[in-house]
Ligand binder design. Structure first.
Ligand SMILES: [Zn+2]
Length: 106
């Protein structure tokens, strides 16, 4: 059976999206992380550029990245994904449910 989100809640103070699912799970998602993982073609190209410019020098440890814009709107796309609308007008990313289940805060 496919697990679908039954509801969502935006927590701008915590910068988190909270999703509830048909199997009773509640998952939390950090705005910055969601935006960093944006699956749209443009963001994919940007990530490739960053990877190429880093070459093979992979630096371990966490590097702080700038805070993502606020998430303003969540919209279902068919029965497989959610589309997010961000404060800066970006809304091209379509996040499949399975992807959201995987990329969650513990
Ligand atoms: Zn994007």
């Amino acid at each position: 059976m496919v697990t679908l989100p039954t509801g969502f809640e935006l927590a701008p103070q915590a910068r988190e999206l909270i999703l509830t699912w048909t199997d009773g799970e509640v998952t939390r998602h950090d705005y910055t992380e969601l935006r960093r993982l944006c699956p749209c073609a443009n963001c994919e190209i940007e990530r490739d550029k960053v990877r190429q410019s880093m070459g093979l020098r992979i630096i371990s440890g966490t590097r702080p990245h700038p805070a993502a814009p606020l998430l303003l709107k969540v919209e279902p796309v068919g029965r497989y994904a959610l589309r997010f609308e961000w404060e800066d007008g970006h809304s091209a990313g379509i996040y499949p449910f399975a992807f959201l289940r995987e990329h969650r805060l513990e």
